[in-house]
Design a protein around this ligand. Structure first.
Ligand code: SOE
Length: 390
């Protein structure tokens, strides 16, 4: 089988996981990496054991051995880098959020559809087997109609004011922090699993740490590195937010996100309550799915190939009791993405669990509605999502 050539632009925190996941597929050749300078690209290429490096992303996109571009640059570069890749007819796997705002998100969605290539956004929690199990149970009517969809995504890596990364810089990360970075994951997961669309939001945003101390360099997510000579920087983006939701079918919902909540490492939880069953999945205990019942005892389904439904089996790689993890779910998404690439990105060949630029655009619309709601003093705001022309 001829290997597919892949090139990655923007080697930060998440890039290592794109590379690891793609290497595990076995049929993809990691051709090159591009960084902000030739020196930084070479350093990363050496670290990841990749032969070619480019100091200019346009040179990587032009490399004829590369068919798929992974865009893991900071958010402000998502638009130009992805647009250039699409213009060159390359398949694109973009890290989330797809873009800085809904306007950019729509442009990217439209350009990707017009380019007739595979277009993927790494909403990677969809790759967890028990997430797909929950989605299937809801779609088959096992929960009954959903009345409430709720949860949270809480982290603590920004608790220390000395953590200052591009995510807090509006020019690079955008005007949102917690909602764009992790609220985007929660909302995508809630809509994907429930099969329902969020129609209205009411958001309350807070910046718990309004002054951070920068060492001049942009730290990677979860990094504690940085010098002692730091300068204060005012931060306006939210690091804590709570949002009420109304879904299109009348179901209600709510979630909170925070990046400064001590003890919460990557604490993502989604619960849905139907008329018959409730389901709860928590990322930090991702090998278990809680099933809540009214007239019978509650139970916990283990991630076990003998227990999950047949369509979930491609996402399970180990027998029950053998824990699978964040990196395995990420690999599942990459496996789906490259399956789509092998099919030439034909719309009808897209694996059902895979998030596309349509989903990425939708996520920017949801976040934008939340920002508007907060700016209006906490007023209900409808989600404006323009349909694609094709
Ligand atoms: C940092 O908050 C981060 O790396 C996010 O950017 C990822 O999307 C999430 O999966 C883990 O946390």
């Amino acid at each position: 089988m001829k290997k597919i050539g892949m090139g990655l632009i923007g080697p930060g925190f998440v890039a290592a996981h794109h590379i690891d996941a793609v290497r595990r597929l076995g049929d993809v050749d990691i051709v090159a990496v591009a960084g902000s300078s030739q020196a930084s690209a070479e350093k990363k290429a050496h670290e990841y054991k990749i032969d070619r490096s480019y100091g200019d992303y346009k040179a990587l996109i032009a490399d004829p051995d590369i068919q798929v571009i992974h865009n893991t640059t900071p958010n402000h570069l998502h638009l130009p880098v992805t647009m250039a890749a699409l213009a060159a007819g390359k398949h694109v796997i973009s890290d989330k959020p797809l873009a800085l705002n809904a306007n950019e998100g729509r442009q990217l969605r439209d350009a990707a559809i017009a380019a007739k290539v595979a277009h993927v956004v790494t909403f990677n929690y969809r790759g967890n087997p028990l997430v797909q199990q929950a989605r299937g149970m809801i779609a088959r009517g096992e929960t009954g109609d959903l009345s409430f969809v709720h949860g949270y995504y809480l982290q603590d890596w920004m608790t220390d004011p000395n953590v200052y990364s591009w995510r807090s810089d509006p020019a690079k990360g955008g005007t949102t922090s917690a909602l764009g970075d992790i609220g985007s994951h929660w909302c995508d997961l809630a809509e994907h699993v429930s099969g329902l669309k969020i129609a209205y939001v009411l958001a309350d945003l807070t910046t718990v740490i309004p002054v951070r101390y920068s060492s001049g360099t942009s730290a990677e997510a979860f990094s504690t590195k940085g010098g002692s000579d730091r300068q204060p920087v005012e931060v306006h983006a939210e690091d804590l937010a709570s949002v009420l939701l109304r879904f299109e079918n009348g179901a209600k919902g709510s979630f909170s996100v925070g990046q400064v909540l001590p003890g919460h490492k990557n604490d993502l939880q989604l619960e849905v309550n139907g008329r018959t069953l409730s389901l709860k999945w928590r990322q930090e205990e991702q090998n278990e799915l809680w099933i809540g019942r009214h007239n019978q005892p509650n139970s916990i389904m283990a991630k076990d190939p003998s227990l999950v439904s047949k369509d979930v089996l491609p996402y399970v790689h180990l027998p029950g009791g053998h824990q699978e993890s964040w990196a395995d779910a990420f690999r599942n998404i990459m496996s789906d993405a490259y399956q789509w690439v092998r099919e030439g990105g034909k719309p009808e060949a897209r694996p059902a669990a895979l998030a596309t630029f349509e989903d990425g655009y939708r996520s920017t619309c949801l976040v934008e509605a939340m920002l508007k709601s907060h700016a209006a003093g906490g007023a209900w705001q409808n989600v404006q999502h323009s349909p694609s022309n094709s």
